[in-house]
Design a protein around this ligand. Structure first.
Ligand code: ADP
Ligand code: ZN
Length: 296
């Protein structure tokens, strides 16, 4: 039996698992993200305790360097998270385990997990967006996870911002009112003075939130032509957002894009993840499986 290890490395917590897929997770653990030394040692100890693995996949918070040709491949690069900038993540794991290591962003991993076992099965081009503490997007394009000069940074997309409707300046330390600055969980909390999960379903926050997310999705649709958009993360637990976003995407596209997936069936086009909170760690297991197949 070929067993894979997966690490979902988040800015607040790590989730590690051993298994082969959603119906076969042999063991799983989670622990807070502290210093790189302590946190990576905890991950290593967990995998050591769970037998022979064929490969390990890592889906990490970023920015990361996912380019195998680059001298800093496998690093968390310029993150503002204290202590974590320039951390050689793959190096730390591969000195302990002489097996293939898959490495990508947390959201590309989640996209891969949804492709392998969830909401994007059978598709070749789609986007997975998480709306949580930050906003991040992963993409598969024609069957490959998307990387270019870096990995996509869809959360920092710039959008129309009607300052009369929404005088809030935004909280992104780099751009102020980018998508993440206006629509992440912490942005909602800063604008409305209460944690997003405490705002009632009919609060005006949600129509505004749907407006920003719809602008972003329309841009992604026009640029990548995805076959589906999967929206996860804590903020998307507000399921009333889905119909609002779909209606606004329709209105913004204004019948310009004439494909049946969008025109006739937008309910199946903009959807929540199937693996729910497990997209990330299962995606990391899927990354491990890919690395194993490629012998990376
Ligand atoms: P992370 O992005 O840190 O991995 P989450 O995706 O859970 O974790 O995002 C956390 C953010 O989402 C917080 O800002 C929190 O206020 C917000 N959030 C979590 N649950 C909900 C909810 N049910 N409704 C609205 N916002 C939520
Ligand atoms: Zn930004």
């Amino acid at each position: 039996m070929t067993l894979f290890g997966g690490i979902e490395a988040g800015g607040t917590k790590f989730v590690c698992a051993v298994g082969t897929g959603p119906d076969d997770i042999r063991t799983e653990t989670r622990f807070p993200t502290t210093t790189p030394d302590e946190t990576l040692q905890q991950a290593i100890a967990f995998f050591r305790a769970h037998g022979e693995l064929a490969s390990i996949g890592i889906g990490s918070f970023g920015p990361v360097d996912p380019n195998p040709e680059s001298p800093t491949f496998g690093y968390i690069t310029s993150t503002p998270k204290p202590g974590w900038a320039h951390t050689n993540f793959v190096g730390a794991i591969s000195t302990e385990f002489d097996i293939p290591i898959g490495f990508d962003t947390d959201v590309n991993a989640a996209a891969l997990g949804e492709h392998r076992w969830g909401a994007a099965q059978g598709l070749e081009t789609f986007i997975y967006l998480t709306v949580g503490t930050g906003i991040g997007g992963g993409a598969m394009v024609e069957g490959n996870l998307l990387h270019g000069v870096m990995h996509p940074e869809m959360g920092h997309t710039l959008l129309p911002h009607d300052q009369e409707r929404d005088p809030f300046k935004g909280i992104c330390p780099f751009h102020g009112n980018c998508l993440e600055g206006l629509a992440s969980g912490p942005a909602l909390e800063a604008r409305w003075g209460a944690r997003a999960e405490t705002l009632p379903d009919d609060h005006p926050a949600w129509d505004l939130e749907a407006t920003y997310l719809a602008y972003a999705l329309v841009n992604y649709i026009l640029i990548i032509a995805p076959q589906r958009l999967i929206l996860g993360g804590g903020v998307m637990e507000q399921t009333q957002l889905f119909p609002l976003i779909r209606a606004k995407v329709h209105a913004l596209l204004n019948s310009y894009v004439q494909v049946p997936e969008i025109i006739n069936d937008i309910e199946s086009y903009i959807i929540p993840p199937v693996l729910v909170k497990h997209s990330g760690v299962l995606g990391s297991i899927a990354l491990a499986e890919l690395a194993y197949q490629r012998g990376a």
